[in-house]
Design a protein around this ligand. Structure first.
Ligand code: FAD
Length: 405
């Protein structure tokens, strides 16, 4: 059996390792278009690591090329591939075709750049891979002198601004909404994060959009213009306004792609609309949801692999390890977290480092968002949601009382 996987991120590598756990005979090949670092690396930890230290992209490595090879996983670098599912073939450069028996597409997603005049100036950028970190590192002395603008108030934008501030870059964070983290974070939750950013020295601008990238020599970025006409000096404008699934490989094939999200549609077994082609991670849509985080991508890669080897295991949404925001604040959410009719919202914050919001619907947990709280709280609440356990406001208060006191 020949297993081919396109994409060397967490979904693709988890799939490769899972196949290997059960099958040591077949060929497992991972194709990737990433060159730095050489191997499998911790994309989600790049910024955190950069905030404290950066030597080169090997800092992020989880498995070197050789370590993957030792596990029987062949890693091949190709920038341009095409797939022909009807022929069960991958077309490699120089018109070389390689056949597969089962294919996994795990190509992740690409960050979007704010569309405004001047996107071609050097300094207009995004952070997705090891090479982006090399670029950021090369620019660092200039950024420390001139400043940087980060566009986008989601978790990535917040951490980017935080990281640059830690690395002594005068940084302006530009957020379209009137609070960070919208719509996920409520006003109170957002204020807590905003206060932290201001303490870092971040110049936070809310309720503004970027309308133009500016350059004096029509080459290097010198600043950005905001919707109210303000000019912000910056040598880099780094966009963190969201990602678009990488589903180009499905073009001109019978593989279904969701028109709105651009993600490859899969069923609960992570199968696409074409036999023996699977998709997982940030490029895939399962049950109407497109994965946006590491833990989900890993689990989807695992489940895809189990089904590729013939087990019949449906994917269940996971609650990953509690994530963090601004690196040291535990951050978790699940289910419904925007108030709607028929939902009772319980909210508490100390305005400094802790925030909790729980939504109850028909005496059951509908969703929760916790910042700065131990993982156990979020896990317990989610277990209540998944098992439809009757829960009242008083139960929530009892459960979270220790933290709320
Ligand atoms: C800076 C940053 C910080 C983040 N922080 C967090 C965090 O704190 N917590 C969290 O949960 N998530 C975080 N994320 C998101 C998390 O990293 C992603 O959700 C996760 O990596 C998705 O895994 P994936 O395998 O689906 O895709 P990816 O990790 O994007 O991997 C896709 C792979 O496919 C390759 N590829 C794409 N197209 C092709 C092609 N045509 N041919 C060959 N190869 C191709 C790519 O080069 C890449 O190697 C962060 C992301 C970034 C960029």
């Amino acid at each position: 059996m020949r297993y081919s996987i396109i994409g060397s991120g967490i979904a693709g590598i988890t799939a490769a390792k899972t196949i290997r756990q059960y099958d040591t005979e077949s060929t497992v090949t991972v194709f990737t278009n990433e060159f730095h670092p050489v191997g499998f690396y911790g994309r989600k930890d790049m910024l955190r690591q950069f905030s404290v230290n950066f030597k080169n992209t090997d800092d992020f490595l989880l498995d070197t090329h050789e370590q993957l090879e030792a596990q029987g996983i062949e890693l091949i670098y190709h920038a341009e591939l095409r797939v022909f599912p009807r022929l069960r073939q991958i077309l490699k450069p120089h018109n070389i075709r390689q056949t597969y028996d089962r294919l996994l597409i795990a190509t992740g997603a690409t960050p979007m750049i704010v569309d405004a005049p001047g996107t071609h100036y050097i300094g207009v950028h995004q952070i997705r891979n090891g090479e982006d970190m090399l670029i950021l590192n090369a620019w660092l002395p200039q950024l420390q002198q001139v400043g940087a603008a980060v566009i986008g108030g989601g978790v990535l934008g917040l951490e980017l601004a935080h990281t640059l501030a830690i690395r002594d870059v005068p940084v302006t964070l530009i957020v379209r909404e009137n609070r960070v983290g919208a719509p996920l974070l409520s006003e109170k939750a957002a204020r807590l994060i905003e206060n932290r950013l201001r303490e870092d020295g971040v110049n936070l601008i809310l309720g503004q959009t970027l309308t133009a990238y500016l350059s004096n020599d029509d080459k290097m970025l010198d600043g950005v213009q905001l919707s109210d006409g303000r000019l912000i000096t910056a040598r880099a404008a780094i966009c963190a306004i969201g990602v678009r699934p990488n589903s180009d490989l499905a073009e001109d094939t019978d593989i279904d792609v969701d028109e709105v999200s651009g993600a490859i549609v899969v069923n609960e077994f992570m199968q696409t609309s074409v036999a023996d082609v699977f998709a997982a991670g940030n490029c895939a849509m399962v049950d109407g949801q497109v994965s946006r985080n590491w833990a989900t991508a890993a689990e989807q890669g695992r489940i895809a692999a189990l089904n590729m080897i013939g087990q019949n295991i449906p994917y269940q949404p996971v609650f990953g390890d509690l994530d963090t925001v601004l690196y040291d604040l535990p951050f978790a959410y699940f289910g419904e977290i925007t108030p709607v009719d028929g939902v009772t919202t319980w909210e508490w914050t100390d305005n400094a480092s802790a925030y909790m919001q729980v939504h109850l619907k028909n005496y059951q947990v509908a969703g929760a968002l916790l910042i700065g709280q131990p993982a156990a709280y979020a896990k317990e609440l989610q277990e209540r949601q998944q098992n439809n356990i009757e829960t009242t406001v008083s139960d929530v208060e009892k459960l979270l009382m220790v933290a709320a006191r």
